[in-house]
Design a protein around this ligand. Structure first.
Ligand code: PMP
Length: 429
């Protein structure tokens, strides 16, 4: 490890060095690719090259228009024109881009109040609070709710913002195997027998962003009711994208929203905006407003962002809006089926708009991303440490905005690359 003259190590640690020297360097051209358009069904990517191994990138002047399978624009609300874009533009004119203050000071405007009321109504619960950043909704919200006397039972695939929030809360954490209700129950019963926890809370997600899996929520709710536990559910990838009313995984699994103690979600995916919310009982939201650091110490949600989400939620109350949810589901089913027919390994459940395709190694991941970009398809590759070392994958995000022609074009390109690299696990059916 590097040390200075006094023997102190640098602020980045040796894992970071290992990662950047041996793994990331060879695949880094897949990451941080700048885009120069809205992240809609098509996106413009700035192509680039690098001329040495010292992290210096040079950008070529070329811009490539690609079909976008990488952004979380599930319902197509990230489009540059239409009612959402108009509402956001109007909000900039009226309130400006930012309010120069946290919510608790001079940073609350009418749009925040309206969005909180609308979010609560949309989800079917008493109240909601909105936060300028989705990541901070978890990482600053959890420490406001849990303390050292809490035991959190946390899914092994939980997002980094949940893990950080639990650490900041100084809660004890026990990890259960992904979506494994038997293991969860085992851990819960053992913890109850210890008789030393102020409360025990299950922390999990609706749709897992690396796996494309959906939580078996009915089973979780039955378990938590049977054992008297609490439930914190992150709906970042499920709200808007799942359920006949677009309300997320509660809607999808037929669970009463009131049976989940804390409903958390983000506006970064299905709503084409930014920020997050926590929703639940009026008492819970009052508590978070007072004890969550985001409300008091972090800048308020930007007004045009709030206006965009409001417009999207309004749209989701109309038949045309809800059609987007059905189109997303149809696109997802179609895409999954065609990938399966190609003979590649995909992960996740049918309705999940996140469709991971296994490419096994880092080098395959880089090669597939590059070859697809060259064919006009923008994708995101994920690998270690976000996945196990030999389970690198491409994570396709489907959208209601994709036309069948666009999906067919993507599938044809994927087929070519899969054939070139031999990524099938079985002969094509
Ligand atoms: N929770 C989950 C499950 C996520 O996947 C993400 C980010 N993709 C976040 C929280 C953080 O949200 P944001 O990107 O809106 O900050």
């Amino acid at each position: 490890t590097e040390r200075n003259r006094e023997g102190y190590a640098p602020l980045y640690n040796s894992f970071e060095q290992f990662f950047s020297r041996y793994l990331y360097r060879r695949v880094r051209h897949c990451f941080n690719r700048p885009i120069c358009s809205t992240p809609a069904a098509e996106v413009t990517i700035k192509e680039r090259y690098t001329d040495d191994y010292n992290w210096t990138f040079k950008f070529t002047g070329t811009e490539r228009r690609c079909i976008n399978l990488g952004s979380y624009n599930y319902l197509g609300f990230a489009e540059p024109t239409g009612p959402c874009a108009d509402a956001a533009a109007e909000a900039v004119r009226r309130y400006g881009l930012a309010l120069a203050s946290p919510r608790a000071e001079l940073g609350s405007c009418a749009l925040h109040k309206e969005l909180e009321e609308t979010t609560a109504r949309f989800l079917g619960v008493e109240a909601a609070i909105v936060v300028g950043m989705g990541f901070a909704t978890n990482s600053l919200g959890l420490p406001g709710l849990l303390g050292p006397g809490t035991l959190a039972l946390s899914d092994e695939n939980n997002h980094a913002s949940l893990i950080l929030g639990l650490r900041l809360a100084r809660a004890a954490v026990r990890v259960f195997r992904h979506n494994d209700l038997r293991h969860l129950e085992q851990l819960a019963r053992a913890a109850i027998a210890e008789r030393r926890w102020t409360n025990i809370v299950i922390v999990l997600e609706g749709v897992y962003s690396m796996e494309g899996s959906i939580v078996p929520l009915q089973g979780v709710v039955a378990l938590k009711k049977r054992l008297g536990l609490q439930l914190y559910l992150d709906e970042a990838h499920s709200v808007g994208a799942l359920g006949a009313h677009a309300r997320g995984v509660t809607d999808h699994c037929g669970v009463e929203p009131g049976d989940v103690d804390v409903l958390m979600g983000t506006f970064t995916k299905s709503f084409g905006a930014a920020g997050g919310y926590i929703a639940g009982s009026a008492k819970l939201i009052k508590w978070i407003r007072a004890h969550g650091h985001a409300h008091t110490y972090a800048h308020a949600m930007s007004p045009p962002v709030a206006a965009q989400v409001l417009a999207a939620m309004r749209a989701l109350r109309t038949p045309a809006g809800l059609r987007r949810v059905r189109t997303l589901r149809d696109n997802t089913h179609y895409f999954r089926r065609r990938l399966r027919e190609m003979g590649v390994v995909t992960y996740g459940h049918g309705d999940s708009p996140v469709v991971p395709m296994l490419v096994y190694t880092f080098s395959n991941m880089a090669a597939v991303v590059e070859r697809l970009t060259a064919r006009g398809i923008a994708t995101v590759g994920v690998g270690f440490p976000a996945t196990p070392l030999y389970k690198a994958r491409l994570r396709f995000c489907l959208s209601a905005a994709h036309s069948r022609e666009q999906l067919d074009a993507c599938l044809a390109a994927i087929q070519e690359v899969v054939d070139e690299l031999g990524l099938q696990y079985s002969r094509r059916r």
